[in-house]
Write a protein that binds this ligand. Structure first.
Ligand code: GLC
Length: 821
């Protein structure tokens, strides 16, 4: 009986899946999708598959060593190897199955990352060693292999167990310590501490995913290891497909298509130092415009002008703050990029102007697929200007996506990225503020992508698709960002993307794609976002409430309250699902959603400062607990709470019917944000988790900058700044600028350091200001938490303090002294 029931259930799932698939893509596209498979098969037979087939071989022994400019060149029996000292904390190893080392080219790394560094090497005893002040590499000559020691002399495992090539590409096994904790690896629908298992290294549209599905849209082959409390990073910079297995004994098995192993190793020992160096290597994110940090509302799709107006009006009438409304693909004419469906949107410029007048920004989606249609100017012009990807026989490659058969721009060509600009100008003229690039894995319907032989320019070098697969989406958002920067050079432009490769943070932020409205999906979302942050792409978020399916009121409210403390804060859902705006779940959820979104707006000065820290130092906004103490095993494993920047600790309820939960408080002292109770750190506490109070804690010694609640960023240009003081000793920062333009790059910013010191009878707050920017507010408020203040002195002049509140001038003061009763 069971097997029949299972089979029936399975087939009903298949029917449901097929139905949803057809509903989402349309009948004609379903047929095209079926036809694509045999076409792809034929192309592969004709033009070949991925990889560069060769006889299996191992690298062999070292036969000769030459010193070169910034490292060594080693000649092996069956390969060449270079070791480059990139900085005192970073070494690059390249091993290629060829006679000469190919030119170094990378979309991930920046040339500026290399610094002249003092180093030396020694040879003897079957070994070669390379030393900087902070790193050692020991190479064994027979057979060739290597191992690392960090600055403290701690060895990172026993070394190479295998390095060679099989018929597809590189095969590499490196033995690390069995106690190592692994993190990062881009976007993974798993817990934070990466399980010992195999992970796919590719970019892929899973067409919806559940926890445990792998790989997903983003491929960032960067691992953060923590061993004995000391962190290091490994970047395996290859854009072709591969696989990485983390074994229980600490061995890492890696396979990748192509001839070259490329490994950059970065030493810490602090996790934050590894990430700062990784950001120097692969590029820092830039500051987004401030409105992007507000709340975003999206749906696939708000299909008509009237619906968009109604959604916008609801936000304003209900006094739920919102900064952006997203336009998913249905705004287009038959999904033709850069066009409008004039029936549904008769006057897009008028609509967007009205939304702007009401304080909304608009974000438009653009996919890479350009509909094959000679009467569509983008297509006709693209064919004429030769911008689309071709097969090796010179014919244009096409495959089915939303609009039907599509051509795809070759974004690895500088001329094509230039071409992309003129089309964006259209949408910018109509008024779109930000852009959303999707389907850029690149996706062809039916779980497919480009055939491996599709030709790319690769900045004049020429390459087959399989060699650059993971970077297609990255180069698309690069083209988009460069287009916007050329069209609106004085503004900060913002793009977000579904697919990414290492280094994409230079151009775009991201989101975690088509998740589901389930508790399991909510549970792993913080872990997904933290691992993205530990892979350099920290500015990310999830579809609040879940994309596929419909959240219960409880799931919606839990998701929304958790996402206040994520870098990107947007609700989005699939076509055909129930409405998913904060007021759709009854008055209680609406009121609580309002309260949380208001909290997000209140915290914006603090959150913006986190973004400045991220842009400057690579520190992620969502930091795992182990950033506090990487020797603490409980912290290394925790992913249901995190530090949102330097001062806030968030421990949301991520399970259904959760009435209370445990919270790990790191060392030091903390305040309960809701009650002002002062708590000793280094303990586990229990907290109730009513819907309206996500457990939230502030580190003692914090000066928390907050602003007035606004319905959108800029609504109250003179909104007062409030410093919320949580007595203790500590340093806090506040970064301010105009939130829009690039003037900050020429000094128009203000950076304030607050130094709070707890004394025998109170606290002293000193304020150090740097930079030319003058904020628009004229007054500052001060609120003291957790202690009653008896007297206050501002630069030694007595001040009035009423119920722990006071006002000060916005500038000029240096020192505030508060006596606590
Ligand atoms: C993809 C995106 C999703 C979007 C849909 C339609 O599935 O991931 O966010 O709504 O395409 O454009």
């Amino acid at each position: 009986m069971r097997p029949i029931v299972n089979r029936l259930r399975h087939s009903s799932q298949l029917i449901d899946y097929a139905y949803r698939g057809i509903r989402n893509v349309g009948f004609a596209n379903a047929a095209r999708t079926m036809l694509y498979k045999p076409r792809a098969w034929l192309w592969e037979r004709r033009f070949g598959g991925a990889g560069s087939p060769k006889h299996p071989v191992d690298a062999g022994d070292v036969v000769q060593v030459d010193e070169v400019d910034d490292g060594l060149m080693l000649w092996l029996d069956h390969a060449v190897c270079t070791v480059q000292v990139v900085t005192p904390h970073m070494l690059r190893i390249r091993v290629s199955a060829s006679d000469a080392m190919p030119e170094y080219f990378s979309y991930a790394t920046l040339p500026a990352a290399a610094q002249p560094t003092s180093w030396h090497w020694r040879e003897g005893d079957g070994q070669i060693s390379i030393h900087t002040d902070h790193a050692t590499l020991i190479i064994s000559k027979s057979p060739f292999g290597f191992k690392f020691k960090d600055g403290s002399g701690q060895a990172l495992g026993a070394g190479t167990e295998r390095l060679g090539w099989d018929q597809h590409g590189v095969v590499f096994s490196q033995k690390f310590d069995d106690g190592v904790w692994w993190y990062g690896l881009g976007e993974r629908a798993f817990h934070l501490a990466l399980e010992r298992r195999t992970y796919g290294l590719t970019t892929r549209d899973p067409e919806g995913y559940a926890p445990g599905d792998d790989p997903l849209y983003i491929n960032i082959p960067f691992l953060l290891g923590v061993q004995g409390g000391r962190a290091f990073g490994l970047l395996l910079d290859r854009m072709s497909d591969g696989e990485l297995t983390l074994r229980p004994d600490g061995r890492v098995d890696y396979q990748v298509l192509g001839d070259e192993l490329r490994l950059d190793i970065i030493f810490g020992p602090e996790p934050a130092q590894v990430l700062a160096r990784y950001a120097d290597l692969t590029g820092h994110a830039s500051l987004p415009p401030l409105w992007v940090l507000g709340y975003h509302q999206s749906r696939w799709s708000y299909e008509t002008e009237d619906i968009v107006r109604e959604i916008a009006a609801n936000f304003r009438q209900r006094r739920i703050p919102c900064d952006a409304i997203h336009f998913d693909i249905d705004y287009m004419d038959g999904f033709r990029c850069f066009t409008w469906n004039r029936k549904a949107f008769p006057d897009p410029a008028g609509l967007i102007a009205d939304l702007h007048a009401d304080g909304f920004k608009t974000v438009g989606m653009i996919d890479p697929g350009i509909k094959v249609d000679p009467n569509y100017d983008v297509c006709a012009n693209g064919v004429q200007e030769d911008v689309f990807c071709k097969l090796p026989d010179g014919k244009l490659f096409h495959g089915p996506v939303w609009p039907g058969e599509c051509y795809f721009p070759d974004f690895t060509h500088p001329r094509v990225r230039q071409w992309w600009q003129k089309w964006y100008a259209r949408l910018v003229d109509v008024g779109f503020d930000g852009f959303w690039n999707d389907m850029n894995e690149p996706t062809i319907f039916g779980h497919a992508t480009f055939p491996p032989a599709v030709q790319h320019d690769l900045e004049g070098r020429g390459a087959a698709h399989w060699q650059v697969h993971a970077a297609y989406g990255m180069q698309m958002v690069r083209a988009t960002r460069e287009a916007l920067d050329a069209i609106r050079p004085e503004q900060r432009n913002w793009v977000f993307t579904r697919s990414a490769y290492a280094g994409t943070q230079r151009y775009a932020s991201s989101w975690t794609g088509d998740n589901r409205s389930t508790w399991e999906d909510l549970r792993i979302t913080p872990a997904m976002l933290m691992n993205l942050g530990l892979s350099g792409l920290a500015f990310s978020g999830s579809d609040v409430g879940g994309f596929e399916g419909a959240p219960t009121p409880e799931l919606f409210v839990r998701w929304l309250s958790m996402a206040v403390f994520n870098p990107f804060f947007r609700t989005h859902t699939v076509k055909g699902s129930p409405w998913q705006e904060p007021w759709r779940y009854g008055p209680e959820v609406e009121a609580i959603s309002r309260q949380y979104i208001e909290l997000r707006y209140k915290l914006l000065p603090y959150i913006y400062t986190l973004f400045w820290q991220h842009a400057s130092y690579g520190a992620p906004m969502m930091r795992p607990l182990f950033f506090e103490d990487p020797t603490n095993e409980a912290f290394l494993a925790t992913d249901d709470q995190w530090l949102f920047g330097d001062h806030l600790l968030v421990a949301p309820a991520l399970e259904e019917n959760m009435a209370a939960r445990d919270v790990l408080l790191p060392a030091g002292e903390w305040y309960d944000f809701w009650t002002d109770e002062r708590l000793a750190g280094g303990q586990t506490i229990h907290r109730e988790t009513p819907w309206r109070m996500v457990p939230l804690f502030v580190r003692a010694g914090t000066t928390l900058p907050v602003t007035e609640v606004q319905q959108f960023v800029g609504e109250k240009p003179n909104a007062a700044l409030t410093l919320e003081l949580f007595p203790g000793s500590g340093v806090s920062w506040l970064y301010e600028d105009d939130g829009k333009t690039l003037a900050y790059r020429s000094g128009e910013f203000r950076l304030t350091r607050f130094q709070m010191t707890e004394t025998a009878d109170g606290i002293i707050l000193e304020r150090f200001v740097q930079g030319d920017f003058t904020p628009t507010y004229t007054n500052m408020r001060i609120i003291v938490h957790g202690h009653a203040i008896t007297t206050a002195f501002l630069d030694e002049a007595p001040m009035n303090m009423l119920n722990n509140h006071m006002q000060t001038p916005a500038t000029s003061w240096r020192r505030l002294r508060l006596k606590i009763r």
